[in-house]
Write a protein that binds this ligand. Structure first.
Ligand SMILES: C[S@@+](CC[C@H](N)C(=O)[O-])C[C@H]1O[C@@H](n2cnc3c(N)ncnc32)[C@H](O)[C@@H]1O
Length: 201
């Protein structure tokens, strides 16, 4: 259940876009969170697939864990990568599902989408597309995807009910969710929930 948050959601989205635009355009910055190919290696991404992800995508990887540790994807599957960032997970997924499958990455930060598209082009992955959109307003038909993956995104969105409603709408019956995210054991204080830096970091 979503906790009511006294925060201006549009301001929060602007700050999130600013942070992740910088992860895209200035990947060498010292962020509050780990980034880059070495971090993906630490998270045990399959090395043979990670090595094929172009540097431009991998250097802006900003995931929090490894959604593929929850299970391999299968050839022919149609995958949605929710909050795909610069596309590392989408391009790993693209190699798992093969050319008979499809991967659709969605992100609201245009700089991330641009980098993800460049990565797909460099990899020659024609079965991958990237769409600029908010998670809460997914522009897809009901029951489109076999699997939804996501990495470090749901925690950034205050309205969790809207996120899960969107996910379950586009996931086909019997489909799979492989979410890597931040969870907490105790409620966050009112003051913490109002602190935009805690949300964006
Ligand atoms: C921590 S980064 C993770 C990116 C990518 N999943 C990865 O592992 O590198 C979070 C991403 O979520 C995107 N994002 C945050 N809130 C979003 C929303 N409401 N709709 C779409 N994208 C969102 C940001 O633009 C950013 O690229």
């Amino acid at each position: 259940m979503s906790v009511p948050v006294e925060i201006d959601v549009e301001t929060l989205k602007c700050e999130i876009k600013k942070t992740y635009a910088q992860v895209s355009t200035e990947p060498d910055t010292n962020f509050m969170f780990p980034t880059g190919r070495a971090w993906a290696r630490d998270l045990d991404y399959p090395p043979d697939l990670l090595m094929n992800v172009p540097d431009g995508s991998a250097e802006s990887f900003a995931g929090v864990a490894n959604p593929f540790s929850l299970g391999h994807l299968f050839p022919g599957e149609h995958v949605l990568d929710l909050g795909c960032g610069a596309g590392t997970d989408s391009l790993v997924a693209a190699q798992m599902v093969g050319p008979e499958g499809r991967v659709t990455g969605v992100d609201m930060t245009p700089e991330m989408i641009a980098k993800a598209r460049a990565g797909a082009l460099e990899l020659g992955a024609e079965h991958v597309e990237f769409v600029e959109s908010e998670v809460e307003r997914l522009p897809f038909d009901d029951e489109t995807f076999d699997v939804v993956i996501s990495n470090g995104v749901v925690d950034l969105i205050p309205d969790k009910d809207a996120v899960f409603a969107a996910l379950f709408r586009v996931l086909r019956p019997g489909g799979r969710l492989q979410l890597a995210d931040v969870t907490i054991q105790r409620p966050v204080s009112e003051e913490g929930r109002r602190n935009i830096d805690l949300w964006t970091g």
